[in-house]
Design a protein around this ligand. Sequence first.
Ligand code: FE2
Length: 384
Amino acid sequence: MTSFDTAEIIDRGSAVALHGDDGGVLRFHAVWLRDNARDAETRSPGNGQKLITIGDIPADTRVVSAAFAGGRLTVTFAPEQKTVDFSVSWLAAHAYDRDPSPPRGRLADGVDIWRAGLDLAAATADFDAAHRDRRVLRDWLDHIRRRGFAILTGGPVESGALARVAALFGYVRETNYGRWFDVRSEINPTNLAYTGLGLQAHTDNPYRDPVPTLQILYCLENSAEGGDSVIVDGFAAALRLREEAPAAFDLLSKYCARFEYAGAAGVRLRARRPMIELAPDGELIGVRFNNRSAAPFVDIPYDDMAGYYDAYRRLGAIIDDPQMAVAFKLSPGECFIVDNTRVLHARAGYSGAGTRWLQGCYADRDGLLSTLAALDEEVVEAAE
Ligand code: FE2
């Protein structure tokens, strides 16, 4: 819809229909418009926070007049006899009058799924450039938002440098593994990550709730034979499962799995979440997959358990399919970041005379998205 030309009060004032010049219609409820009024009594002009509660809006709120002028919609509400206006562009950006039944497993706007052909060069930025140039940082963060993954090269080869990567957009999330942790072979490891074994593609720490939403893995040494990093888009895997076996997708999204870590003294982390997580409206919002951390599943009815295991096996086979995987080998001073609610990472086994030493840490995606949104405004304003 390019623009609106008429506002029509409908349903005895309980809603307003905006008619576009292309014939389209967007409806807004009176109570919604009242709740989202942009005036200084409804929202603080300073911080934008709402000053009223739902109880402050009369239950019988209705629109008694609605008119367009100069790109703005002016609305008067009864019984308050309150008049406010909205910019038409704001209304268009916040329209909700759309298809009420989106498919289960739909992707959020701006999310791009990928398979083996992911362009690694496009996913990569330079450490110093990301610190120095706001546009480079913006594009790098946007790649993470869209594809759940990015690489940074040319960083310092020093312990703790990964915290400087997190500081580009937010904060390290400290856990029982520390502010960050060393990923290298250990004698008597507290976690199989700290061995030379290959690791199936997984998301980290599914036994936490909330799960760490970002993970950074930073390379300090990588002279061992093997040890390549591998990533898989869990959203692409989930949607492939939905395409090939819709009933399997339903089972993995309908029932909670259980995850647990109890590998160290004083730690008993447990979580109960589905392997494929959907929002109530069907949006695909998370994948949890980690064979090492799976606890006994006890939330699936007897009659569905066999089918659930078939679905789990099938999702595992998709995740293990080389057509889904992107492999690369980090050099010292390079790191990658994954959206841990979506992208799985794996490691090929390694051995031999050399050393493989990575450091890992967690961070929060909401902070990254916040920084990205603020940068987006900054870059747009700079261009104006
Ligand atoms: Fe991991």
